[in-house]
Design a protein around this ligand. Structure first.
Ligand SMILES: C=C(O[C@H]1C=CC=C(C(=O)O)[C@@H]1O)C(=O)O
Length: 389
């Protein structure tokens, strides 16, 4: 994907610190992106996921809905597809001149935390997670962490979005901003729910290995298979509850950037598209980001993980049950703030998990975003890490 013309680049970057809500997203294996923009009023904030029933717009849902992290819906006052349409749509906005003068607000940077301290905190959290797993209170728990990275004043969120599109053809890439949720950029491999009419699709994605010199490893150990099996059992049950004629493909090895995961696809005929919010409510948070049993794991994570997941491991994407819906789990993502980016990643923990390999895995997952942070990284990355296809 090329960058749009310079005026459009500037406008899209300005939108990330404006009072408007917008999302730019590109679906896997496509080369053009969509723009969804709400041109007036505050974005809608919903009290719970079920309120998404019969709604249309771009959804940004946190891991847990709170006053600080509301579930937001961007009303599609303007929608456009490809840079030509997007440029035209933006240029004809009434507020275009005001937009160009929008300055980003100053932000107090997160205190510097060394890699060592990060690891110590993670290790302590791992200790809190592994004990109840070994005592069989949980079958699985997902432990995650965040890490702040400095970004220069000249950082362009749009530039990073385009780099992500070019580096990760298999992923859904999005750049989204609302005053209520902040600015987020992600490159996610995990569909939560997509479809149109009666035909719908969801996946069970779990288990991780690094790519081996552009070759996909397929030697999945018992821990990874078990971890993905839990997710698949859960998704299968929900898909059967809300759908008919379910078919299943997998598990198979699927690439996501410089990682591979185990994936099962579930295709089904949705009984009632008016209840999409109910279905999302039951799917989220899946055991790929939370744990089992679900409610207990959700509470355990909130009380013991030791930090705020915010919108990481929530879900995001386009919702339109009269057209097409493409909603993804918010993984391999970062929040962009003035001067810094907060990167997030986690991994499934079972009683047999080991802290060192889990720590390394979260770092590998964070590299998905880290590698698009700096413009000069693009050439370095081309040399050292081949682009996916
Ligand atoms: C929780 C994340 O990934 C999930 C998706 C695929 C594989 C995962 C794993 O192997 O643990 C996780 O369940 C993340 O990227 O932060």
């Amino acid at each position: 994907m090329n960058l749009p013309d310079i005026h459009t680049q500037k406008l899209l970057d300005c939108l990330t610190h404006s009072h408007l809500g917008f999302a730019l997203y590109r679906l896997p294996w496509t080369d053009e992106c969509y723009l969804v923009l709400q041109t007036s009023g505050d974005v809608e904030q919903l009290a719970d996921i079920q309120e998404l029933n019969e709604k249309k717009g771009f959804v940004v849902a946190p891991f847990r809905i709170s006053e600080e992290h509301p579930l937001v819906l961007i009303r599609p006052d303007v929608t456009a597809y490809d840079w030509n349409e997007i440029s035209e749509a933006l240029s004809s906005l009434e507020c275009v001149d005001t937009l160009l003068t929008c300055k980003s607000r100053q932000n107090e940077l997160s205190p510097f935390v060394s890699e060592e301290t990060d690891k110590e905190q993670y290790t302590r959290a791992f200790g809190r997670f592994i004990t109840p797993l070994q005592e069989k209170q949980f079958q699985k728990l997902v432990l995650s962490r965040s890490s702040a990275r400095h970004i220069g004043d000249d950082f362009s969120p749009l530039g990073a979005f385009v780099r992500a599109c070019n580096n990760y053809p298999r992923m859904m890439i999005y750049l989204c901003h609302t005053p209520a949720s902040g600015t987020w950029l992600g490159s996610t491999p995990e569909i939560l729910l997509s479809g149109q009419g009666k035909e719908w699709h969801t996946v069970a994605l779990a288990g991780t290995m690094p790519m081996q010199d552009e070759v996909m490893p397929t030697n999945w150990d018992k821990k990874n298979q078990e971890e993905q099996g839990y997710v698949a059992d859960y998704i299968r049950r929900i898909a059967k509850k809300f759908g008919n004629k379910m078919t299943e493909k997998g598990p198979y090895t699927a690439r996501a950037g410089q990682l591979v995961h185990l994936k099962t696809d579930f295709y089904f005929l949705l009984k009632n598209t008016d209840h999409i919010g109910d279905l999302l409510q039951e799917l989220h948070p899946t055991p790929a980001v939370c744990g089992l049993p679900k409610e207990e794991a959700f509470r355990f994570i909130l009380n013991n993980e030791g930090y705020d997941r915010s919108y990481y491991s929530g879900f995001t994407g386009w919702l339109d049950t009269e057209g097409h819906t493409d909603i993804y789990v918010n993984l391999r993502c970062m929040e962009i703030k003035p001067g810094e980016a907060i990167l997030y990643a986690g991994g499934g923990i079972l009683a047999s998990s080991e802290v060192e390999s889990e720590w390394v895995e979260t770092g590998d997952k964070m590299n998905t975003m880290r590698s698009i942070l700096h413009p000069d990284f693009i050439s370095k990355q081309m040399e050292t890490i081949k682009v996916e296809e």
